[in-house]
Design a binder for this molecule. Sequence first.
Ligand SMILES: Cc1cc2nc3c(=O)[nH]c(=O)nc-3n(C[C@H](O)[C@H](O)[C@H](O)COP(=O)(O)OP(=O)(O)OC[C@H]3O[C@@H](n4cnc5c(N)ncnc54)[C@H](O)[C@@H]3O)c2cc1C
Length: 422
Amino acid sequence: MEQIETVVVGAGLAGLCAARDLLDAGRQVVLLEARDRVGGRTYSVPFEAAGLTVDLGAEWVDPDQHQAMMHELARYGIDVEDTTSQTPLEPLSPGTEAGSWDSIVRICDRIGTQLNPSQPNWYEGLDQFDLPVTAFLASHALDINHLPTFLAHGFALQGAHPDEYSMLNLFHEFAAFGGVEAAFNGAESRIAGGAQSLSIAIAKKLGPALRLNYPVTRIAKTGEGVIVEGPAGQLLAGQVIVALPLNALSHLSLDMPLPTEAAQVIAEGHVGRAAKGWAVATLSEPIESVGWPHAVEVYSRRGARSEVVCTFAVAEPDHDAALADSWRVLATRHRHAVVHEEQLSHDWIADPYARGSWLSSAPGQVRGLHELADMSPPVLFAGGDFSRGWYGWMEGAVTSGRDVATRLLAYASDDSAPPATG
Ligand SMILES: Cc1cc2nc3c(=O)[nH]c(=O)nc-3n(C[C@H](O)[C@H](O)[C@H](O)COP(=O)(O)OP(=O)(O)OC[C@H]3O[C@@H](n4cnc5c(N)ncnc54)[C@H](O)[C@@H]3O)c2cc1C
């Protein structure tokens, strides 16, 4: 059996950053990727009919907040395009009565300031907020007129149904962005050439360490080392970094002891299930809006041949049906917009190497997620789904991937790995 010092599984941003940093530190590394491409949930494809490249997965970076991403983009000479909206989607009007938008924002800001997202146990003492978003809003009697706006903005951050994802996720986002308004109306930028361009740039430096078309089906801890295997072969590794989406893990055979809550969160999976689609459109002016429950987030771009519109929806009853409903609602909301037949999207929920969109945890899952991220060698877990500061974001994939490499190097030098901080 081929023996390798460190095997990294999954060539998304997390696995790519981890593999690169370990190679730079002189380690022997192999990076195994199931698909025939790198980038995972960053996936930028040409939309020929419109004459531009669109992101079917991750798209937005916040240059003020996402410092690890900005550092990586600068390192590879990739620009960002400022696409900040000139009009905040929900102006925060004064209002003091219970249930008004303003009072909910103040409550959320107050709770958000109690939470430090970069602390290892940031969730401690916040159990009472670990409940579905709709239950939290009902207990605070948010005015019915504001409910759709809150749910739409929440969905834009969490990509999950508000009956399913925990309010703790939103408090974490509010704290990370520095407040509700910043999180809901954050200044965001698009990555020139598409978000996948960063993954492609990192992969170019990895040479033969990267092995594509190598789906892993089993990772087993043994007395001799860790066996990593799949239809393409079998390796014996000193250490393994598992940089896979949380929802892909229950489809692997993981033959190793796992902490109880970590095993439970793997079995359950997270509840992120967003559908994102692009369509060629004829517009008289650019459009941008939010709504609920269809066409939750909408924006337009201009390509060389035509304009395009993008929309998001909860993927229910399934991805295609959710997008079909959203195109219909979009055309009603923006009367001047004509949405054409040429459409492009990727079903991340049906995708066997993602099985969900970006991380959104259900009540009771956050401890298990962090238990997984804190595991010690020889098998370590990393990724955007396991980040402490920016889970569910590319930023979190980069910080988690870089942190796991640092922890592994610390372990190699003094036999103990510090807890995860990425
Ligand atoms: C529709 C959508 C929109 C998003 N929008 C944004 C956004 O605007 N901004 C933002 O910052 N983030 C966004 N995200 C989230 C962001 O994409 C992720 O947080 C980040 O890319 C995760 O990186 P990762 O390396 O942890 O995981 P991934 O990118 O999922 O990489 C994991 C890799 O593992 C591979 N793999 C899976 N199973 C196996 C196996 N068995 N064997 C070998 N390899 C395997 C996969 O093919 C993949 O390449 C979005 C995600 C989606 C789906």
